[in-house]
Design a protein around this ligand. Structure first.
Ligand SMILES: [Zn+2]
Ligand SMILES: [Zn+2]
Length: 191
């Protein structure tokens, strides 16, 4: 009997790092585009992703710096606005960041960063890591108000029952405490 050999999954680290040494040497305005596809990405403690992170980024040389402009889309797990069941809420985010070198591409010497201490920098090997930029862009994005399905019936206003699970659910007037019946009648007149 043949033994089943388990398939070893190929583990790949999510990649949001780009070496831009060649781009820094290219003519100003030269641009390169890359697809972004991450199975997942930690965003924030209170954000759970319901989908992979997909999108693209264009890196272009702007003077001595690199301009990163991109667009990503994913989905957050959010409660349905009507029935509160966890559902996927699509989000889209754009980012645009200028990143300055740490090392002069021509001389190999460290760049004086004191002029612009808060600027985003390439690392010493001209690597551009977009992880924080993409993470922040997604964390600031507002998801669309999610519905588990377009015709979600929501919850019963009287008792909180899920009306999707029981479309025939209703309350007979008999169920209502007689002391509340007058109130219910009043409400029916008003609504
Ligand atoms: Zn729902
Ligand atoms: Zn009910």
């Amino acid at each position: 009997m043949a033994r089943m050999r388990p398939v070893t999954p190929r583990i790949r680290e999510p990649m949001l790092s780009y070496n831009v040494a060649a781009l820094l040497r290219a003519a100003p305005g030269t641009a390169r585009s890359f697809d972004i596809s991450l199975p997942t990405l930690p965003i924030a403690d209170d954000v759970r992703l319901a989908a992979s992170v997909e999108g693209d980024v264009q890196l272009s040389r702007a003077g001595r710096s690199i301009l990163a402009r991109g667009h990503v889309r994913t989905a957050f797990i959010e409660p349905c606005a009507r029935c509160l069941v966890d559902t996927a809420a699509p989000v889209e985010a754009e980012f645009e960041e200028e990143v300055l070198p740490s090392i002069d591409i021509d001389t190999g010497l460290p760049v004086d960063a004191s002029d612009d201490p808060d600027a985003l920098r390439l690392d010493d090997h001209h690597e551009l890591d977009l992880t924080e930029i993409v993470r922040e862009a997604i964390s600031l994005a507002e998801p669309l108000v999610p519905l588990c399905r377009p015709d979600c019936r929501g919850l019963c206003l009287e008792c909180g029952a899920d009306l999707n699970a029981d479309p025939a659910h209703r309350h007979d007037d008999d169920d209502i405490d007689p002391r509340l019946a007058a109130l219910a009648a009043l409400r029916d007149r008003l609504t």
